[in-house]
Every structure is written in C-alpha cells, then in structure tokens.
Design a protein around this ligand. Structure first.
Ligand code: HEC
Length: 125
C-alpha cells in the first residue's frame, strides 16, 4: 500500500472514532479538534514531541514508522492555516525517541504547551 494511503487508513481505523473523519473532534466531550490548529504545536519542540506522545497514539500500538506517518498525515490534512511554512515530516527515529521521553504527566505537559502558545498569542480550543 502507498504510505500516504496507509497513513489515511490508519487514521480512519485508529483515530477517527474519537477525533472524527474530518478532524473536528468533539470539543464538548473533551476531544480537541485538529482542524486549523494542530500545526501550532510544531512551533515548540516539546509541542512537536507531544503530538506523538498522546495516549490515543500509544494505545494504537503502531510501529514507529506508521506512527510517524499517521501524525504527519494528520497535520497535512487538518492544519489549514496553522500549517508551518516548511513542514518537517516525522521520522520513525523521532517517533521512537518521543515515545521513550514521554512525560509521566502528559496532561500537565499539554497545559504547559497551551500556556506557552497562548503567550505567543495562539489559542488552542
Ligand atoms: C478513545 C478516543 C481516542 C482515540 C481512539 C484517539 N484519541 Fe487522540 N485524544 C483523545 C482525547 C480525549 C484527547 C484529549 C485529552 C488527551 O490529550 O488525552 C486526545 C488528544 C489528542 C491530541 C492532542 C490534541 C490537542 O489539541 O491537545 C492528539 C495530537 C491526538 N489525540 C492524536 C490522536 C491520534 C493520532 C490518534 C490515532 C492514532 C488518536 N488521537 C486516537 C481521544 C482519542
């Protein structure tokens, strides 16, 4: 299977049940939307890591290469105006490293990232 097609399939199988096929999530149920904002995480190194440290991805138990591909696909598909000028695609090596470096308090890390982005004038809803 072509890697892009596989990444899309992985998203549909492992992520869309909660985050929606269109990436809009269910903010009222605590599932953040990706559309038009997920790219902002890439402004911070810890934000880049965080996108690969979320529970939904780890529990899908994909290979590092597939995890890197599905998160890259998700960003390309949903970032919209939050897309960085130059997207550096995730590598399997990064996926492996970020998983190993996962903070014990992932929600605390998320709050720190939101606060740092807010200080740059960026709100994640
Ligand atoms: C069982 C439901 C569920 C599944 C399946 C799931 N997620 Fe999530 N995801 C959540 C919830 C709830 C949150 C918010 C709380 C948290 O971070 O745990 C979240 C947060 C995220 C975030 C952080 C977004 C932000 O704005 O903070 C990313 C990135 C993410 N998920 C990616 C994925 C990917 C990629 C997959 C598939 C491999 C996936 N999720 C599968 C429920 C899910």
């Amino acid at each position: 299977m072509k890697s892009e097609v596989r990444a899309r399939t992985d998203y549909l199988l492992h992520c869309s049940g909660c985050h929606g096929q269109d990436g809009t999530g269910k903010p009222t149920a605590g599932i953040p939307r990706f559309t038009d904002q997920v790219g902002y995480f890439l402004k911070l190194p810890e934000g880049r890591a965080f996108l690969m440290q979320v529970p939904g991805l780890l529990s899908a138990n994909m290979s590092d290469a597939r995890a890197a591909a599905v998160v890259t696909w998700m960003i390309k598909e949903f970032a919209g105006p939050s897309m960085p000028e130059k997207l550096e695609v995730y590598t399997a090596e990064e996926a492996k490293r970020y998983k190993a470096e996962r903070p014990a308090d992932i929600m605390g890390r998320r709050n720190e990232i939101y606060a740092k982005l807010l200080a740059q004038g960026i709100t994640i809803e």
